[in-house]
Design a binder for this molecule. Structure first.
Ligand code: PEP
Ligand code: MN
Length: 356
């Protein structure tokens, strides 16, 4: 049995610097985090996958020695990121208890297989797999399968949600796409899901709200970057918090119970759930009627030899609906997403009619 079990102390907190930079910074951060009594595992990156060459790429083996000293001093298990079989071997030599696979590594089946080969038959080590950079659940699931295939105990595999790289505007560094992660959790219900608010947010200012969102969704733990002097950090300076900041953040999170036996709660929930079921059925009835009308339009267009796509008309529908966003108390983004789905289905239905 390893030094840390994924299901032994839910919800658990992993914290430490983005990167081990110096012996002093690593040990002092770990010491102060341990002193809060709120941290279950200490983390630090010693090999850093950076977008630009020339950025700080980690201190390597020296960092493992510092983390190992932090473990000896605090008695807490330690976690580092691995991206190659060589990293795994070194980490195991230094008594690392938890390995995590970074988002840039999860996208590469060759790299995952290389890591898996170094873990063959290892029953004790806990391995946390971050979601791939791109929103592709199959890659994430493939990484799990590669580890299982070499005999890593499924109980020792956990997942980290660190958000997805996103083309377009998001207030976060990496868009959370919570729905994708919910889908992953329903595919792997026994696997611990840990949220990484630091890499989702990219800046300290949103850490509390994202951590609370994860707690509200009953995540099993959080991994949050902390540095004795965040502004001077050699990587991810804007998103790290001091150990005091970490303490305040964690104390401010309200973890919700999974459920309760209170009959009043059960009654209220059941009333609201039937209301939702009723509304859903009305919404889909209306959508079905809308699609039938779209088919009628398709027939009229076919009989008059007119093309399906009439851009101006669609733009005016979108404008009309979006203009009501405030009155409906629905966000513009949401309305646009729903309209787009309706538009795609409408075009498909008209297409069918035109070609019948
Ligand atoms: C990290 O945890 O420091 C890291 C590099 O994370 P990610 O793989 O999520 O970018
Ligand atoms: Mn980082």
């Amino acid at each position: 049995m390893g030094n840390f079990e994924l299901d032994s102390r839910k919800p658990f907190i992993i914290s430490g610097p983005c990167s081990a930079e110096t012996e002093e910074q690593t040990l002092e951060t770990c010491r102060r985090l341990a002193a809060t009594g709120l941290v279950d595992v200490l983390r630090a990156g010693v090999w850093k996958p950076r977008t630009n060459p020339g950025s700080f790429e980690g201190v390597g083996l020296k960092g493992l020695a510092w983390m190992s000293a932090a473990k000896a001093e605090t008695g807490l298990p330690i976690a580092v990121e691995v991206a190659t079989s060589k990293h795994v071997e070194s980490a195991l030599e230094f008594g690392v208890d938890v390995l995590w696979i970074g988002a840039r590594t999860t996208v590469s089946p060759f790299a995952i297989q290389d890591i898996a080969d170094a873990l063959r038959g290892n029953k004790d080590i806990v391995v946390l797999i971050k979601n791939p950079m791109n929103p592709d659940l199959a890659l994430w699931a493939g990484a799990i399968a590669r580890l299982e295939n070499v005999g890593v105990d499924i109980k020792n595999i956990g997942l980290i949600h660190r958000g997805f790289s996103y083309f377009g505007h998001s207030k976060y560094r990496n868009a959370p796409m919570w729905h994708l992660v919910l889908e992953m959790r329903s595919r792997f219900p026994e696997m611990a899901m840990i949220c990484d608010p630091s890499h989702i947010c990219g800046t300290r200012q949103y850490l509390q709200e994202v951590s609370q969102a994860a707690a509200d969704m009953r995540y099993d733990g959080l991994i949050i970057e902390s540095h004795i002097c965040p502004d001077k950090a050699l990587s991810d300076a804007a998103q790290q918090v001091t150990p005091d900041g970490l303490e305040e953040l964690v104390k401010g999170i309200r973890w919700r119970a999974d459920s309760t036996d209170d009959p009043e709660f059960a009654k209220a929930l059941s009333v609201f759930r039937s209301e939702i079921d009723q509304i859903d059925s009305e919404v889909f009835d209306l959508l079905s009627r809308r699609m039938k009308v779209a088919e009628q339009i398709g027939r009229v267009k076919r009989d008059n030899n007119v093309a399906i796509l009439q851009g101006g008309r669609w733009t005016s529908i979108v404008e009309k609906v979006v203009a009501q966003a405030q009155k409906l108390d629905l966000s513009e983004d949401f309305l646009k997403t729903v309209l787009e789905a309706i538009h795609i289905e409408s075009i498909n239905r008209q297409n069918k009619v035109m070609n019948s």
